[in-house]
Design a binder for this molecule. Sequence first.
Ligand code: C5P
Length: 235
Amino acid sequence: MTEIIVALDVDTLERAEGLLKALKGVVCWYKVGLQLFTAHGRAAADLVRRHGGKLFLDLKLHDIPQTVQHAVQEAHKLGADSVSLHLLGGADMVAAAAAVSPRPQLWGVTVLTSLGPKDVQVLHPSARVPDMIESLAALGRGNGADATICSPQDVAELRRRLPGLSLKFVTPGIRPAGANLNDQNRVTTPGQAAALGIDYVVIGRPITHAKDPRQAAQDILAEMRAATAKATEAK
Ligand code: C5P
């Protein structure tokens, strides 16, 4: 069953706590990303833990292997259940992170969805985004990453290109039908994500900016449950 991770993209601990209280018992996972972590560091992680939430530390680590390994050790000490890293950091970096024990789950970013052909062609004139996503997902899986972070619209293609490679998926870019797209272009509905068997959907504004965040999360969960049941029936 697909799980929701609510993105705590807010600037104060008070706002984060308001969301944690509103969503208690409905949502289990919370993402602390660059904004909240830069502003409040350990206090933001502690807040999520204190409210019984699971913590996804979305810091997109990318450095030499030893530095990333040490950061993963510290993420474990902070109580993170998962931490993100850029697979572009290379096989040795991912393997060094995966060697930490015990450690949070490692969720690897392939190619940021904000990057296009002109950006990847800086690396090589013949570089293509879909090929890079494929080879980076394979690199992550082959070196101990536990999941791939990508667009939901890349999931089917990745499964087709990498048959036999068991991949867990974490995807942002989710919008219920009719919701404000904000700055997201290629969106997928919660129902479509669930039908695809995506493991975790990262959702921010459709929940955090809703008049009633708890009701918004419950509606999304109901849509995902119905889609999972339908997909299971169809098998
Ligand atoms: O508010 P919204 O649902 O668009 O938030 C999505 C979350 O996922 C944000 O925290 C954003 O940083 C993150 N994200 C994204 N698109 C990506 C990667 C991460 O929206 N390609």
